[in-house]
Design a protein around this ligand. Structure first.
Ligand SMILES: Nc1ncnc2c1ncn2[C@@H]1O[C@H](COP(=O)(O)OP(=O)(O)OP(=O)(O)O)[C@@H](O)[C@H]1O
Length: 248
């Protein structure tokens, strides 16, 4: 069975039996208050943490049955901004994304080169391919790290608050890119904090206190009564261009 699926998972520090299935070709936004367990759920889905209860399945097989290279070919991850590799040039960083296809001693082939060029292109980072990663702004660096994740040409892409350091233009660009990747067949799951960003997704999943509070299409889920119940009475919702617009 296709998909990346958590079935009743509980982590070491968070989540009280959460189930979620991400299909190829859909863009899902994961929302919820601070501490709800969003990052923990991503870590479990990626196999970075083993569930205490429940299980994670990748295209029908338990995730732990996959070797690390095979897992790395299917699953890619863009973590929250953190430490970045020192002393590497942008293109080198992106080429690291091909590791699951090449192995440690593998030679770079045509497919690898094409995947790197594609990743630089779609993330609009080709212009600084010859610059050291450390010399880029936070937002530019974030796009290079996304290019590294995409270079693996994964089936599923998981991102933890990917829009945090981006200006409005690049937020719009990245949201458009994520939608485009989903339309091209990739399963995309992104932790987002802003319901207005989540309004662009195909589906929204809301976590609260370690459980799935609700899920559905943005237009059906992002209503004033629902959001006031989560974030308090000052939240308002209007509609523009066929989408809910959330404001205070
Ligand atoms: N290593 C840890 N030790 C102790 N508690 C932890 C650890 N990691 C996570 N937690 C706790 O688990 C809960 C969920 O954390 P998680 O980072 O998954 O939430 P989140 O929804 O991603 O939050 P945020 O929106 O603030 O990033 C929090 O209460 C957090 O304090």
């Amino acid at each position: 069975m296709e998909g990346l699926e958590a079935r009743g998972v509980q982590g070491r520090h968070a989540l009280k039996g959460v189930s979620l299935r991400l299909l190829p070709g859909e863009f899902v936004a994961l929302l919820g208050p601070n501490g709800a367990g969003k990052s923990t759920l991503l870590r479990l889905l990626l196999g970075l943490e083993a569930p205490r209860r429940g299980g994670v399945y990748l295209d029908g097989l338990p995730l732990y049955r996959y070797g690390s290279y095979e897992r790395g070919r299917r699953l890619a991850y863009l973590p929250q901004a953190g430490p970045v590799p020192e002393g590497l040039w942008v293109e080198e960083v992106v080429r690291l994304g091909r590791l699951p296809h090449q192995g440690l001693l593998g030679r770079e082939g045509r497919e690898d080169k094409e995947a790197v060029e594609w990743a630089l292109e779609v993330t609009r980072t080709a212009a600084f391919r010859d610059r050291p990663l450390g010399a880029l702004s936070g937002g530019e660096r974030q796009r290079v790290l996304l290019a590294r994740a995409l270079a693996a040409r994964p089936r599923y892409l998981l991102l933890d608050e990917p829009l945090n350091h981006l200006d409005l233009e690049h937020q719009a660009g990245l949201l458009g890119l994520l939608l485009g990747l989903a339309r091209g067949g990739m399963g995309v799951l992104a932790v987002l904090h802003d319901p207005n960003q989540a309004a662009r997704a195909d589906r929204v999943v809301f976590l609260k206190e370690g459980r799935v509070l609700a899920e559905g299409r943005p237009g059906e889920l992002l209503t004033e009564p629902f959001l006031q119940g989560v974030y308090g009475p000052s939240v308002r919702v209007a509609w523009a261009e066929g989408r809910p617009v959330v404001y205070f």
